[in-house]
Design a protein around this ligand. Structure first.
Ligand code: AMP
Length: 208
């Protein structure tokens, strides 16, 4: 089962993806995490994308598609070192972010006889996202180079312009489901579980 978790920055995709990984044995693939690891490790790719991440701009499609292709073909890549870790499927968090990325994803999956099974959108009001980032900065100090209000506002405008246009693409295919991402974390998790369990998916403990 392959899931795309969709939503604006700060919607809680990472938190939910982590829980899905634990509950369903799916591999959590976060392109943002992979890119931050490249920057931390000072790799040539990291040096190339560092300013884009800091400013909240998107990395070129070709770069990000190559990273995801590497994961799907089982090549070693940052954040995905285990050969068979995608065996049960994956949760994409932060990819696709443009229509060309969405098309490339479907093509890559089709080459392996696979498809996207669910696209789950976490819907959160913009003022709540701004509040959340202030709270996170107060609680933890600035943890990420793009964790400040100005960059968040820019990332939100990038999301509206470049990422939201993917939604009709997946909607046409009947894959899209929306969830209120302002509900408590456990409630969001329960609603995602209900969507997955409508299909063939079974949580690990129930599947045995
Ligand atoms: P995230 O952790 O998903 O919010 O991603 C952090 C940053 O990484 C984004 O603001 C972009 O600069 C970059 N990034 C992550 N995923 C993608 C993607 N699919 N396409 C382009 N840039 C991306």
């Amino acid at each position: 089962m392959n899931i795309v978790l969709f939503g604006p920055p700060g919607a809680g995709k990472g938190t939910q993806a982590h829980l899905l990984e634990r509950n369903y044995g799916l591999k959590h693939l976060s392109t943002g995490e992979m890119l931050r690891a490249e920057v931390r490790n000072g790799t040539p790719l990291g040096q190339k994308v560092e300013a884009l991440l800091k400013n909240g701009d998107l990395v070129p499609d070709g770069i990000i598609i190559d990273i995801i292709r590497g994961c799907m073909t089982g090549q070693d890549c940052e954040g995905c070192p285990e050969e068979d870790s995608c065996q049960n499927g994956f949760i994409l968090d932060g990819f696709p972010r443009t229509v060309p990325q969405a098309e490339a994803l479907e093509k890559m999956l089709a080459e392996h006889g696979e498809k996207v099974d669910h696209v789950i959108v976490l819907v959160v009001d913009e003022d709540i996202l701004i509040e959340r980032i202030h709270k996170r900065m107060e609680e933890t100090g600035v943890a990420r180079s793009d964790d400040n209000e100005e960059t968040l506002r820019h990332r939100l405008s990038v999301y509206h312009k470049q990422t939201e246009p993917i939604l009709p693409y997946f909607e046409q295919k009947g894959l899209l489901r929306k969830i209120d991402g302002m509900l408590p974390i456990e409630e969001v998790t329960a609603r995602i579980a209900a969507i997955l369990e409508e299909g063939l998916a079974q949580p690990l403990e129930k599947a045995q």
